[in-house]
Ligand binder design. Sequence first.
Ligand code: PEP
Length: 258
Amino acid sequence: MHARTPIIGGNWKMNTTRAAGVELAKAVAAKAAAHPRVQTVVFPPFPYLIPVGEALRAASSAVGLGAQDVYHADKGAFTGEVAPAMLSDCGCTWVLAGHSERRHVIGEGDDNINLKLRSALHAGLGVVLCVGESLHQREVGETNHVNEKQTRLGLREVTPAEMDRLVIAYEPIWAIGTGKTATPDDAQDAHRHIRAVVKDIFGTEIASKVRIQYGGSVNAANAQALMSMPDVDGALVGGASLKPDDFGAIIAAAAARA
Ligand code: PEP
């Protein structure tokens, strides 16, 4: 058995309706129930957090509830934003920070992402810090440099104790929503480097415990090979997380690793 509990995240992005989200949550709960050694978390859109959480609770499911984003302040005049405590109040225990669509479509930078991540950790949430290089950065040999920079800046001023609730998702931008997946060896190289960066910041014990998910066109067919790599501790899944059978197969692939 592997020392690190595998973690599978389903990032629904800006998809589903309220009714479809509730049905999807019920289906995910049923799939995940067969694999209790895998930690599964779904990330619905903000308006559906409460009904999805209710559906998971009604199913007595261990599937976690997460938000796709958060703001760094506790409350106040920040129109349109959502505070960490509001997410907890809605039943969330997880939040994404620095997803590539927020970095590159919305324009969030590393400082902003670090503020979000720290305020979410302070509020007791678990955080998935997303990092990853663009195609150009990969082609010019900057993959490790970019991942190192985003990891170091994202984790600035995080305490060793908070690292218990911190997961890193390596998501090469060129692989997200494109159908292109990193090879298992490419994913392993990037994950090994990210773990070495965590070791440099926090030491051997925390580096050996921190979970690093791979994300980028993970599907039922490629999940097993990716998660067979020693430093790949799960997956953050976009498109395939909307299809219960595919998402269930990815959870099952993680269980085979556990
Ligand atoms: C993601 O949203 O984090 C993601 C990896 O998307 P996809 O699986 O669709 O590439």
